[in-house]
Design a protein around this ligand. Sequence first.
Ligand code: NDP
Ligand code: 2IT
Length: 444
Amino acid sequence: MDYVDRVLQELKEKNPGQPEFHQAATEVLDSLRVVLDSNPAYEKAGLLERLVEPERIIMFRVPWVDDNGKVHVNKGYRVQFNSAIGPYKGGLRFHPSVNLSIIKFLGFEQIFKNSLTSLPIGGGKGGSDFDPKGKSDNEIMRFCQSFMTELYRHMGSDTDVPAGDIGVGGREIGFLFGQYKRIQNEHTGVLTGRGLSYGGSLARTEATGFGLVYISQEALNSKCNNFAGKKVVISGSGNVAIYACQKAMQLGAKVLAMSDSSGYIYDENGINLDVIKDIKEVKRARINEYVKAVPTAKFVPDHSKIWTIKCDIALPCATQNELDLESAKVLVKNGVILVAEGANMPTTMDATKYFQDNGVMFLPGKAANAGGVATSALEMAQSSSRIFWSFEKVDSELQHIMINIFRNIDSASKKYGYEGNYVIGANIAGFLKVADAMMAQGVV
Ligand code: NDP
Ligand code: 2IT
C-alpha cells in the first residue's frame, strides 16, 4: 500500500462518521501522489500524518436564552488545523447542519486555500449548529456573546483570526467583536469582515464573489474567451452569490437564476440584483419574494434543479455537495464551458471528474473562492498598520491575487503533467508552501 493510501485508510479508521472530512482529504491527498513519490523525505517526516490531524480542536457548550426566556444549548467548534505559514485563519459557520465533520473538512480545505493566496495565514474553521433563521436581533446578539465568551481565550490577532461564512455576516461579526473587546479589553484585528467604522476593510463584503469572477475571467482569457454575453447560473443568494452576480453582470454577462434552500428563481431577462439585495440583505426573506417584484420571473421550489437551466457558466455558491453527477451531466449536455466553485466543495467528486472528462474548465473552491480570505488577510494588514486603503486599492490587490492564483495552479498542473486539471494544480501548489514550512519547523 502506498503512502497516500495508508494515510487515508488510517484517517478513515481514526475518524469514523466524518464523510465530508474523508471526501476533502481524499481529494487533496490523491492529487499529491506525484509530489510525494518524488520526495521520500515527506514520508520520512510523517508529513501527511501530521497534515491531516488538526493541531487543536476546541468544542464547547453555547447556552443562550431566547426572547421568551427559554434556555437553549448549542454546540460550538473551532478547529485550529495548521499554523505552519501563519496564524489560524478561516470563517465561522452558523447552520443547523454544522458538525465536526463539516468543520474539519472546511478547516482542511482552508489550509491549502490560504496558502494559495500567497499571504501569511494558516488554516482554521469554526461554527455552531445554531440556526440564525427566524431569530430576533437580540437573540442573535445573545448567542454571539455566549459563543465568544468561550472562544475568546483561544483567539488573538497573531493566534487565530475568525471571520464569516454561512449564517455569519456583518451583524454577527459585530456582536462577536463587541464581546471579544469587552472581555479582553483590546481593540485589535482579531476578527475580519468587521464594519468599516471599527476596523473593517473596504471591499471585504464583495471580495469572495468578485474574486470568483476575476479568476473565472482569467481562466476564460487563457482560452481567448470572457464573460461578455455569457449566460450564467449562480446557486445561493448569500454573500458570495450576490457579489459574484454583481461582477458577472458588470463584465457583460446575463445571470439567469439564483437560489436559496427553499428553491430557485429563473428570470430570462436577467436577474434584477437590487431586488435580490433587498430581499436577502435588508429583509432577510425567502427568494420566492422575487416573483412579487418581477412577475415575469418563475419560482421553482427545488433548489437542486437550478442546474437544469441551460447556461455557459455555472457558479455554485451555496453549500457542500450541492452539484451532483446527475446535474453535471445536464450542464455538460447543455454546453457549459466553465464551472467555478464559489462555495466550499459544492461539487461532488464524481461530478468534478465528469466535468474534467468532458472538457469543461473546472476551478475548485480552494482557488476560486480564495478572494474572501485573501481580502481578510489584507484587512489584517490594514489593522496592524492602522492605515486603511481605498476601495480601489483593495479591489486591485484582490484582482492581482486572483490572477496569480490562476497562473500558479495552471503552471503547477502543467509542471506535474496534468495540464488543465486545476484540482491537481491547486492542491499541489497549495501543499508545497505548507509542506516546505512544516519541514523547516521540525516535527511539531
Ligand atoms: P450566506 O449565509 O451569506 O449564504 C448562503 C446561501 O447558500 C444562502 O442562499 C443559503 O440559503 C444557501 N444555502 C446554505 N446552506 C444550504 C443548504 N444546506 N442547502 C441549500 N442552500 C443552502 O453564506 P456565504 O455566501 O458566505 O457562503 C456560501 C458558500 O461560500 C459557503 O460554502 C461558504 O463556505 C463559501 N465561502 C464563503 C466565503 C465568504 O467570504 N463568505 C469565502 C469563501 C467561501 P438559505 O438562506 O435558504 O439557507
Ligand atoms: O471559506 C472561507 O474562505 C471563508 N469563509 C472566509 C474566511 C476568512 O477568514 O475570511
